[in-house]
Design a protein. Structure first.
Length: 466
């Protein structure tokens, strides 16, 4: 799902260029590769684990290695683009993402693949915030709003074609091509960057909290290692409890640092706004459930139900179609009636959709067992996303919408990271039919929690007065 875009605000460049569509194409393509990779990975997981012999733990690491660095460094990427320029950071991100993609495509071992996924997540963290910042500093007024809308729509396409494209490549070529194909849009974007004529925007006085980002990444890495490997080694093993304790202490240090330094990458003051705080609480449970659902459904349809990678990629397409058809209308209704109702009812409907997937049996039938739950899940998701984004960003003044969006994006990614890391424990080490049922029920419970949190904490804004 595309990251929530900040509200149009005046850029930093006092005289932005007019009529440079190349800027918009650069922003779209740079973000597209990051979103495409996030949606293409799950359909390739069974083939990856089969060839590299890693089982469910390798599948978890293939997803979470990317999310660790993406979630930790997306907070600092905005500062990097302020200091070094949006175009330079996009170029560095593209080159890093392309190199990492090639290493993954050629990876001889699971260790090489996981290491390259860490690098790929770091590069991806540079692309999305910098792409949005490039739009914000290059367009004005209605042109800016239109550019952001075009960016959002175009990057959503990545989530539509990602699983399908990945499935086709896995079935008719190799899972390796699902990563190697990233080189094509990256090369096009790098060529377009050579055509940019205007001066890049920089704020050399901005400060970069690299230590904070490193503490966050290492802390998350310690916790994730413990959660993924615990089913194999047990909590009594030093590597498990030691990494868990070390990760927790590093995260405590991270939050202490954010509360005490003058230019934090995670401004804790944002959470004094009620809807921002409760909205991110709801985001944690909802996006944890979304990540877990996307993982287990796509993998089980291949490993358990025997579908091809292409069919597994097509299986969840109704969700994306419902979102494309209904999100704009729901956003308008949320603006009219307030976000609380939608943020409460939407996750509850998604919980029903998740529980309907408990009908999966050994004699699998997509049309009667999978499609009803997928459609209900998609309807709930459509009701939820736009009002959730509106409630969170609407609680913060427009001048801080960029950092508010980055924080919410990081919360969503880290929630998914933790949920996937817990999968081995949830399914007792094996994503068979019983394990799928346990994970599906857990997904439904997470969604119920998201709906309850929204009902308790979210407040509709006061009606505007003339």
């Amino acid at each position: 799902m595309a990251s929530p875009a900040p509200e149009p605000t005046p850029g930093l460049d006092p005289a932005p260029p007019q009529g440079e569509p190349v800027i918009l194409w650069i922003a779209i393509l740079a973000s597209f590769v990051a979103f495409l990779d996030g949606s293409i990975i799950t359909v390739a997981l069974p083939a990856i684990s089969e060839e590299l012999s890693g089982g469910i733990a390798l599948q978890q690491w293939a997803v979470d290695a990317y999310l660790i660095t993406l979630g930790a460094f997306i907070l600092v990427a905005g500062s990097l683009s302020d200091v070094y320029g949006r175009i330079r950071i996009i170029r560095i991100g593209l080159i890093g993402f392309g190199i990492a993609s090639l290493v993954i495509a050629l990876a001889p071992t699971s260790g090489v693949l996981i290491g390259a996924r860490l690098v790929q997540g770091l590069a991806g963290a540079l692309l999305v915030p910098s792409s949005l910042a490039l739009i914000m500093s290059s367009f004005r007024g209605r042109a800016q709003a239109k550019a952001i809308g075009t960016w959002t729509g175009a990057t959503t396409v990545a989530f539509v074609i990602g699983p399908v494209l990945g499935g086709v490549l896995v079935d008719y070529a190799s899972w390796r091509w699902a990563f190697g194909i990233n080189v094509i849009p990256i090369a096009i974007t790098l060529v377009l960057l050579m055509r940019v004529s205007h001066k890049d925007t920089r704020l050399p006085d901005s400060r970069i909290d690299i230590l904070g980002a490193a503490l966050c990444a290492l802390g998350l890495g310690g916790l994730v290692y413990a959660l993924i490997e615990e089913p194999n080694l047990g909590w009594s093993h030093f590597a498990i409890w030691g990494s868990f304790v070390a990760g927790a202490l590093l995260l405590v240090w991270f939050f202490w640092r954010q509360a005490t330094i003058s230019n934090p990458i995670l401004p804790l003051s944002l959470f004094t706004a009620r809807n921002f705080a409760w909205g991110n609480g709801a985001t944690w449970f909802i996006y944890a459930a979304l990540a877990l659902n996307g993982f287990i459904v796509t993998v089980y349809l291949q490993q358990g139900a025997g579908l091809s990678a292409t069919a597994a990629g097509l299986a969840s397409l109704p969700i994306t179609v419902l979102m494309i058809l209904g999100s704009s209308r729901v956003g308008a209704l949320g603006g009219r009636y307030g976000p609380r109702l939608f943020m409460t009812v939407g996750p509850l409907i998604m919980a029903v959709g998740a529980f309907l997937l408990l009908s999966f049996s050994a004699d699998f039938n997509y049309w009667t067992q999978a499609l009803p739950g997928i459609l209900v899940f998609g309807a709930g998701l459509t009701l939820t996303v736009a009002p959730l984004t509106s409630a969170i960003l609407g609680a913060i003044e427009p001048a801080r919408s960029g950092i508010a969006s980055a924080v919410n994006n990081a919360v969503a990614r880290i929630a998914g990271l933790v949920a996937v890391a817990l999968l081995g424990t949830i399914v007792a080490g094996d994503l068979d039919l019983n394990g799928f049922h346990r994970a599906t029920a857990f997904t439904g419970i997470l969604m119920l929690a998201g709906g309850v949190i929204s009902f308790v904490g979210i407040r509709n804004p006061a009606p505007a007065t003339d």
